[in-house]
Design a protein around this ligand. Structure first.
Ligand SMILES: O=P(O)(O)OC[C@H]1O[C@H](OP(=O)(O)OP(=O)(O)O)[C@H](O)[C@@H]1O
Ligand SMILES: O=c1cc[nH]c(=O)[nH]1
Ligand SMILES: [Mg+2]
Length: 205
């Protein structure tokens, strides 16, 4: 697990946590935080070297050897998708749609659009929130069933309970987050958290 504790990341997360932050400012802070999280998540990605000409000389250039598949988890993960794609323009994108049942806290799937074969492809799952971990485990199972073995969950905030569930699942996943918060409350919300990441971006449904 990687916790990105850069001061600029902390400042964006603080804006997102603040109950006074409106939807537009929340989305803007999530966009900027996503850039930092993806940047760190890709730090050790393999590169291939290609010879290029600058206006002055020949030199080695670097490209991603194997661009990842990006998988935003709808709705809230949509707020991370464009920024991740801007940083990794040659990435392909798949989509998973889940809504957590607020009584049982189980994810209800409503959308799935993923390539058939994910063997030998790194995957970045984008979702601001890792709470009970049920939504992330469901998503990574879908990916693992298609052969994915190199999965990174990129989340703004994680609860210890969700991290534990991911570990216990035995699924191949690394977590990159800006914070591991204290706990979940009785309603399954992260404390101190930031509320409902989908509602804060797009309004309540
Ligand atoms: O770890 P969990 O307990 O599964 O909770 C996390 C999930 O809850 C939120 O989505 P939500 O179900 O609220 O849907 P939304 O994005 O449409 O608001 C969040 O974006 C995660 O997908
Ligand atoms: O705190 C939480 C927990 C789950 N989903 C959210 O959007 N927020
Ligand atoms: Mg929600």
């Amino acid at each position: 697990m990687l916790v990105v504790e850069h001061p600029l990341a902390r400042a964006r997360l603080t804006t997102m946590r603040d109950a006074r932050t409106d939807s537009a400012a929340f989305r803007a802070a999530l966009h900027e935080l996503t850039v930092m999280l993806i940047y760190e998540a890709m730090r050790d990605a393999p590169v291939r070297i290609e010879r290029i000409h600058t206006p002055v000389a020949r030199t080695d250039g670097y490209r991603l050897a194997n661009p990842p598949l990006l998988v935003p988890v709808l709705r809230a993960g949509l707020g991370m998708a464009d920024q991740a794609h801007k940083l990794i323009p040659d990435a392909q994108m798949g989509f998973v749609g889940l809504a957590r049942d607020e009584e049982t806290l189980q994810p209800t799937p409503y959308m799935e659009s993923l390539p058939e074969d994910l063997s030998d492809r790194p995957v970045l799952v984008l979702d601001p929130m890792l709470a009970t971990g049920g939504s992330m485990v469901h998503t990574i199972r879908l990916l693992a069933n298609r052969g994915a073995t190199d999965v990174t969950a990129v989340v703004a905030l994680a609860a210890p309970e969700g991290i534990q569930l991911l570990e216990d699942s035995g699924l191949p996943v690394r977590v990159v987050t800006a914070s591991v918060d204290e706990r979940l409350n009785d309603s399954g919300y992260i404390v101190p958290g930031l509320g409902d990441a989908g509602d804060r971006q797009y309004g309540s449904v």
